[in-house]
Design a protein around this ligand. Sequence first.
Ligand SMILES: C[S@@+](CC[C@H](N)C(=O)[O-])C[C@H]1O[C@@H](n2cnc3c(N)ncnc32)[C@H](O)[C@@H]1O
Length: 353
Amino acid sequence: MYTEIGLDAYHVGRFSSKCLVPRTKLPIVSQCIMSIPDATLARRHCCAANPFTELEHENWQRGVQAYADGFGPLTSQAIPTLLEQADYPNLDGESTHLLDVACGPGQVVSKAISIAKEAKHGSDGDGVGCNRKYLFTALDFSENFLALAKQNIAADHPGTEVTFVEGDAQSMPFDDESFDSITCNFGILHLADPDAFLKESHRVLRPGGALSFSSWAQPPSTEGFDLILGSIEAAGNPDVSLPEGPPFFRFSDEDEIRRSLGNALFHDVHVKKVEPMEWNIRDADHLYQVLLEGTARTREILRGQSAEQTRAVKEELRRRWKDVTDGGEKPLRMPAIMSSGRKSGVLGINEDS
Ligand SMILES: C[S@@+](CC[C@H](N)C(=O)[O-])C[C@H]1O[C@@H](n2cnc3c(N)ncnc32)[C@H](O)[C@@H]1O
């Protein structure tokens, strides 16, 4: 049972955005509807006029490769637990339909397909998975991430059909009761309205279906975040103005997770810590670069430093990095929090019919 984390004012405050300076409206909708040439990619207008969502969208669109290279190997370590907690692949009905929300570079769906292939070949022991139909849908609001996901999944699993949907996790373009399992790997902390995402997940899950989502444990246990936030606090400006958004570490807190899933009508809630999760970063400058180019909110905080503050933050980061990693000998510890809940009812049976 995970109990260690509380909503510490220092760290939550540090990543809790304030709307002090109005941002220019960005042409989000026109960015979203550029076409990706594939029949299975459903295009959606995806971003409500919310400054926080616009900031996230703008930065994710530009940070795709930096994120995939810098964070991909780290966030992938949570996937086996994520899929297990979403009860994937559930073998009760005739088919299994997985929805991965905020799919990024596509590693969750890729792993899910590998698991389905194994089940189809009977390696689950009793061959129960052999004749099942497996369906995969990946949703993201960034067309650039969707393009990368499509490319990665096609390379890993040529010929496997995946439906890619450009859309907003907070207002999902799916019919009620469409999916057996929903996953969201490190996506919920980027949503302006995560409660809307939880309610939407409940709506589009079949009765008995399960949702799982991951988030980061709160610093100092996530050493990468502790290093950068501590360096900014010590040597830079921690009060950069950002559009108002929820605390970055809201879903690090077990009570808050249970309350939120309960409010969205989920039951059978589980919260657990996933570790070890290790981040292999070359050095302090590499960490700075990954955070600057492959994140959304942190990027804005780093960009909000003056030239002098930037120099001081980098210097402080190098000093702290040496201490935390024994001069680069140890990877950074980056534990995750895995949360899951289930929709009432029996999977595969529509209680209304
Ligand atoms: C931290 S990345 C996680 C990527 C991936 N799931 C992984 O395992 O590494 C966050 C992802 O959430 C997506 N995202 C952020 N806000 C979103 C929203 N409102 N609707 C859909 N996707 C969103 C971003 O485009 C990005 O792909």
